[in-house]
Write a protein of this length. Sequence first.
Length: 84
Amino acid sequence: MSLDLPARCPHCGVEHPPSSGRFCDSCGRSVVQYVKRAASDDEGAANKVQVDEMGRVVCPSCGTPSKPPICLACFTRLPSVDDE
């Protein structure tokens, strides 16, 4: 996984220089966007729920493995494994 810090907060839109760290100074939410780049022949792979080796769901917003229903890093509602 690679770490990509945007120029603007994806949640509130406030300007966010990379030197500010991973949390927005305005809204306090994480501005870190994790992008998994893997070659895949399966066109529907992006829509599948990703699960790590310990059975935790990988948060689609921040990339942190957590147990549903809520990501403990960014407080986003996680899809359940049954939602595939």
